[in-house]
Ligand binder design. Sequence first.
Ligand code: GLN
Length: 186
Amino acid sequence: MKAGILALQGAFREHREVLDALGVETVEVRIPADLSALDALVIPGGESTTMNRLLDTSGLRAPLHERLRDGLPVLGTCAGLIVLAHEVLDGRPDQAPLDAIDCTVRRNAYGTQVQSVDVHGLPGGPFPGVFIRAPVVEAVGPTVEILAEHGGHPVLCRSGPVWVTTFHPELSGDLRIHQAFLGAQT
Ligand code: GLN
């Protein structure tokens, strides 16, 4: 298993540390050639408007879109979810999400907080959800499975090989969500 981490901006190093701890080979993805031979990809938190712009300037948007269409497993966290969403309600005018999962999101719905999150099917009890200016998922389509909710909104969703969280599992010191995502792909 070789996992890429989109490393244009944001918390990609923290995801790399988690994947290193899990013994997964990683590649930091910055140019289209970095996408080849990946078995999975992580899109980190950060600032989705900046990531959106860098997807264009790096030339990654079209090849990434194609890999996602072909079923590349991807875990998007916080801004990564916004980048993968179907619709961003309050994005910048030039913000074009990749539409890899049928979620409609609104940005910056939380402050900074840690909330205990019950994740469906995750052994070991509630997950410490670190929320940092996190988006809220306002609607999901019928293809989307909600694996965790908080305050009446989905915070962990899955659609086939696409997993998204509104919180930051890479900042929690808890490896279980990365483990579950990777385990589901094998
Ligand atoms: N508010 C950020 C955005 O809109 C996301 C925050 C985060 O990733 N922690 O992109």
